[in-house]
Design a binder for this molecule. Structure first.
Ligand SMILES: *[C@@H]1O[C@H](CO)[C@@H](O)[C@H](O)[C@H]1NC(C)=O
Ligand SMILES: *[C@@H]1O[C@H](CO)[C@@H](O)[C@H](O)[C@H]1NC(C)=O
Ligand SMILES: *[C@@H]1O[C@H](CO)[C@@H](O)[C@H](O)[C@H]1NC(C)=O
Ligand SMILES: [Zn+2]
Ligand SMILES: [Zn+2]
Ligand SMILES: [Zn+2]
Ligand SMILES: [Zn+2]
Length: 544
């Protein structure tokens, strides 16, 4: 019975939007079947752990990560000793630091940044020592940390730094500092405690609006396990500036878990910041569409990895900078403008293959679709990425790999005479194709890591300009993989095929396809691209 009542608690209409499970559709006539269904569903839900979003219990321990050696001198927050060779850990939420011997003591003695609280009055949460380089006292404006040792303080909410001697002269109340309009204060986070098989979990149950002027909470998502550790750095750095619950790791949670914030706060608007490549961004945008959120959260990007065409177009940069400056990103976001990006639906209806009926697919596109040699390049690259070889490679090495695949002979033979393998219809009218190896359908003015293909055509008379919110696609052809290399260096122009509101491609033979950088081998099919709606995105309009 306890299980049953718990299930009823979970049975709120919003939940169906969030979980990946569909509701048990048919109501069985036999009561026992009904109960078994409920039990099965509940157990499955419990196992999959989705729906209600589990969060870290910050009252138990700190969020320890190893210290980066080269950065600065570190002192243990417990025994105050200098960490020789930087061997130790620090908490990426509150900044407490510990040598291996003192970790357990630090968990018990030093409170981490509180995720939730019952008290509307927020005091500064001062953490002693290990201030950032160049820290200045907020009271007397003199430099902090002028002597070695665990000295001076920083508040882990407002990020203010202060001398030990000046601390008593400061007011105790914390105003959350310059990024207050993006922070969810602890008293607004409602959690529930749930008993699991092994231990207790905290679940995010609700979020209150603090009623502050211009308050638009920010939710940050990235994948901790993404290449080169970049995703982990993004997650860590933002935990320090925001309430750690606002930061969601996509390696352990689905996009829907991050978007739960938008569900809980509706009709209040939430902003998203996605750390990742074009694929991750598209994944979030599509999840947001499938949840039918109202309002849909506008999204900004911290570009990670290669490509990043959408990030370039929206002004968030082409690759992640070596040092992530969270303060700058948050300031730029405060000045950002919301724009509308066309969201395209790609319906793929397959013909019979070897007598088998292949299910139809519906995908979504935000950047571009490639059919032919460019998709083959991406496919080869992905295959390498799955291999052990890739794991040991650095970012620069990846770029070299990308270049190599672009000029491989094997690529050419696969896609030769693509024009004979497909038919292209723009707004229902079939167009003539010259001899080519790739068809590109563009939504945004950036392709293949920053190439403005349509722009390369130059100012030919009567050519309408390209825009990502005009409901029109640009269709172009590419001759060969060598032609791709030439285009990337701006040494050639692509083949102009036209612009259209609806693009249909009849694929008559197996061919590689990519949508927003995700490639696969596609069997003969009909591919139809139509506008669905527009999704809000954030434009960095800061000028330097
Ligand atoms: C908290 O600390 C304990 C022991 O120090 C550890 O076993 C546990 O995994 C930690 N929990 C988290 C969420 O880091
Ligand atoms: C925003 O745009 C400015 C000007 O181009 C640039 O300097 C800055 O780095 C951008 N911000 C981010 C977070 O990419
Ligand atoms: C795929 O879609 C087409 C046209 O909408 C339809 O005729 C066909 O039956 C569908 N195939 C499957 C397997 O659903
Ligand atoms: Zn110590
Ligand atoms: Zn901590
Ligand atoms: Zn403070
Ligand atoms: Zn001072």
């Amino acid at each position: 019975m306890a299980v049953f009542s718990k299930f009823l608690v979970h049975l709120n209409p919003k939940m169906w939007l969030v979980g990946d499970l569909s509701p048990p559709l048919s109501v069985p006539t036999v009561l026992s079947t009904f109960i078994i269904c409920i039990l099965g569903f509940y157990i499955f839900k419990w196992l999959s752990g989705d729906g209600n979003v589990p969060i870290r219990d910050s009252s138990k321990n700190h969020s320890w990560i190893p210290i980066k050696i080269a950065s600065k001198a570190w002192y243990c927050s417990i025994c105050e000793s200098f960490l020789i060779n930087g061997i130790g850990v620090y908490c990426d939420c509150c900044g407490v630091c510990a040598d291996p011997e003192c970790v357990k003591k630090a968990n018990v003695k030093l409170q981490c940044k509180a995720i939730t609280s019952n008290n509307e009055k927020q005091l500064h949460h001062w953490v002693k020592g290990n201030l950032p380089l160049g820290a200045v006292c907020c009271l007397c404006n003199e430099d902090c940390s002028m002597e070695p040792g665990l000295i001076d303080y920083q508040c882990c909410w407002c990020q203010r730094t202060v001398h030990t001697s000046c601390l008593s002269k400061l007011p105790q109340d914390c105003d959350f500092g310059p990024f207050r309009n993006m922070i969810v204060p602890p008293w607004c986070v409602q959690v529930a405690r749930r008993k699991g098989a092994l231990n207790k979990h905290l679940l995010l149950r609700g979020v209150k609006d603090p009623g502050w002027k211009n308050w638009t909470p920010l939710v940050v998502v990235a994948n901790k396990k993404s290449g080169n550790n970049d995703g982990a750095v993004v997650l860590s750095e933002f935990r320090k500036y925001l309430n750690p619950v606002q930061v969601v790791d996509l390696s352990s949670r689905k996009p829907a878990a991050a978007l739960q914030w938008a569900v809980l706060l509706a009709p209040k608007e939430v902003w998203m910041l996605v750390g990742g490549g074009d694929g991750t961004v598209a994944w979030m945008l599509t999840a947001s569409h499938k949840l039918d959120l109202d309002p849909e959260p506008p999204l900004a990007i911290v570009p990670l990895g290669t490509g990043n065409d959408l990030s370039r177009v929206l002004g968030w940069g082409r690759e992640n900078p070596p040092e992530l400056d969270v303060g700058e990103i948050l300031r730029n976001m405060q000045e950002a403008r919301v724009a509308q990006l066309d969201r395209w639906k790609v319906e793929i209806t397959s013909s019979r293959h070897l007598g088998l009926r292949i299910p139809n697919k519906t995908l979504y596109m935000y950047n571009y679709i490639g059919i032919g040699v460019d998709a083959q390049v991406a496919l080869n690259f992905h295959k390498t990425r799955d291999s052990l070889f890739y794991v040991f490679s650095s970012r620069i090495f990846n770029k070299i790999l990308y270049l190599c695949f672009g000029t491989q002979q094997v690529v050419t033979s696969v896609c030769k005479n693509l024009e004979q393998k497909l038919e292209v219809y723009l707004d229902g009218k079939q167009i003539d194709l010259p001899e080519l190896e790739s068809i590109v359908i563009l939504n945004i003015p950036s392709w293949g890591a920053g190439v403005n293909l349509w722009g390369l055509l130059g100012n030919t008379f009567g050519r309408p300009s390209q825009s990502y919110h005009d409901g029109i696609l640009e269709v172009l052809g590419i001759y060969s993989s060598f032609h791709i290399a030439q285009l990337q260096m701006g040494l050639s122009t692509p083949v102009k095929l036209g612009q259209a509101k609806t693009v249909e491609v009849r694929l008559k033979a197996k061919s590689p396809i990519q949508i927003d950088g995700e490639p696969w081998e596609q069997h003969p099919c009909m591919l139809k691209v139509t506008l669905v709606n527009k999704c809000p995105v954030l434009i960095n309009q800061t000028r330097n």
